[in-house]
Design a protein around this ligand. Structure first.
Ligand SMILES: O=C(O)c1ccccc1N[C@@H]1O[C@H](COP(=O)(O)O)[C@@H](O)[C@H]1O
Length: 220
């Protein structure tokens, strides 16, 4: 068993929270983005968040949110970490940290080597990074598309803050992704669903087991 930390994102039902806790994941993610099939209202998310056992970090996912949106969600939902998955600049990441008083994980989308520099820039402002596939131009969502990027782009790379691998991960490929990239943290949404927005408890359990069984290459 490895110490890979695991985030399951896009929970919408109490049974999803229970499945995440039973499986032994480390982060539970709630999406605050109306276009997503995983979107939850603050009132609904509050009930789900209060059911998350201590020791599992509650993550709120936002896409280029304004201050009012962040304040409205945080007034109701006891979050531990803010995930910014839109076009936020490093300066905006710093503002969100100051406004919310919470650590911020900034998502960066990769399609090719030219995108890797943005990771370094965001590492100056964010507490954590989430490295995901860059969405296709015509995508409706900036993430949660089940799309993987070329993992060789990040293999063996290190940044000054912790990072999480995301994008197209599934119970079948997460061990290979960890072995190839050296990721110590992984995130999944659509890969543990039976339909868009519907989490599947068996797939959550299989994903967590596979991530825990992965062999992590030693840090160089
Ligand atoms: O899950 C969503 O609906 C979503 C919406 C808007 C931005 C990001 C979203 N999800 C995040 O996308 C990545 C990858 O998801 P997948 O595993 O490829 O489906 C993950 O970080 C989710 O947190």
């Amino acid at each position: 068993m490895t110490d890979v930390r695991i985030k399951i994102c896009g929970l919408t039902r109490p049974e999803d929270v229970a499945a995440v806790a039973r499986a032994g994941a480390h982060y539970a993610g709630f999406v605050f983005f109306p276009r997503s099939p995983r979107n939850v209202t603050p009132a609904h998310a509050r009930g789900l968040a209060l059911a998350v056992p201590a020791g599992i970090a509650k993550v709120g996912l936002f896409v280029t949110p304004d201050d009012a949106t962040l304040e409205a969600v945080l007034a109701e939902v006891p979050l531990d970490l803010v995930q910014l998955h839109g076009a936020e600049t490093p300066a905006r990441v710093a503002e969100v940290r100051a406004l919310t008083g919470l650590p911020v994980m900034k998502a960066v989308g990769l399609a090719g080597p030219e995108d890797v520099d943005a990771i370094r820039d965001h590492a100056q402002a964010a507490d954590q990074l989430l490295i995901d596939a860059k969405p296709p131009r015509d995508a409706d969502l900036p993430g949660g598309n089940g799309l993987a990027f070329d993992w060789r782009l990040v293999a063996g790379r290190r940044w000054p803050v912790p990072w999480m691998l995301a994008g197209g991960l599934t119970p079948d490929n997460v061990a290979e992704a960890v072995a190839m990239t050296g990721a110590r943290q992984v995130d999944v949404s659509s890969g543990v669903e039976s339909a868009p927005g519907e989490k599947d408890a068996d797939r959550i359990a299989a994903f967590v087991a596979a991530a825990r069984d992965a062999s992590v290459p030693p840090r160089l």
